[in-house]
Ligand binder design. Sequence first.
Ligand code: KG4
Ligand code: ZN
Length: 336
Amino acid sequence: MKKDIYILGIESSCDETSAAVVKNSRECLSNVIASQIEIHRRFGGVVPEIAGRNHLLAVMPVVDEALAKAGIGMKDLDAVAVTYGAGLIGCLLVGVSAAKAIAYALGIPLIAVNHIQGHIAANFIAFPDLQPPLLSLVASGGHTSIIAVEDYNTYKSISATLDDAIGESFDKVARILGLPYPGGPEIDRHGRNGKANIRFCPNLHVRGDLSYTFSGLKTAVVNYVHNLRQRGEEIPVDDICASFTAEAVGYTVDTFIRCAEERGVTRLALAGGVAANSYLRSLLASECEKRGFSLFVPPPVLCTDNAAMIAARGSFAFAEGKDIADLSLNAKSVIV
Ligand code: KG4
Ligand code: ZN
């Protein structure tokens, strides 16, 4: 009988310390997430030095909890998969160091996982029958990328953002409106009560190379709000949120759909924290339905940073003996 494979995943690239156990690449046995949102809220964003220190406090307790919830012990693990980049360097180093120590002590392989690929792999646990090839949109605080997943271990970057990531623009717009961090969910909530009756960036359109750009839209919203404040006028927060979301998400979806059409791909997957956005989920679903495309969108808990997606990505690499790292593995803030 084939032995079950248990992979421990560790994620610490930003402000979530997470550990998870995934069985046979597809089954999530535990996914423990210690969020630092409350710690960073008073600063209006993640403070890297503080985040790194808190990862250090949380990392071994979340690993212990993930193993306990999965009902297994350290000795049952076949490998440890860890996010080595992209992300905040001081944060990544905590997860990488913990993973190295565990892998070394147990004498099991260490697997280096690319965070963006991890986000996409969330789909393989959310949809156990899903198979590549597929085209994925990763919309997060750090990335807006279209990636072709050719097989379980071949991810090809098709397009990325030239400046800000979509989540970063959500967070900055929220900040100018005085909404708490993280701004994405706040804009989502306010936007649902507002009307998309303001046009901030009439020139925002699908670019020939399918790349993304969000800094112009973000700046247009910031200028709009400043102008109202200077004139002492009331800020229509809900309408601004609805209008900004309509433009940012509409443009993101148009580009992704155009990319799929140009490449003749009909199986699409969404990933990353912004994939939790209600308008993005519904607009992409309706555009896919119109064209007969199949769309896969993980539940919100698997969209924002978590270690189950890292363990899943690592499991597929482990199965083919890929991305095995040694103790010289270093964290990388950017992966090109
Ligand atoms: O993937 P993630 O957890 O971290 C990164 O890898 O960046 O994504 C975090 C981003 C933040 O910018 C947050 O504001 C955004 O995802 N986000 C949302 C929503 N939930 C989280 N943006 C829009 N609508 C949401 N509901
Ligand atoms: Zn992420």
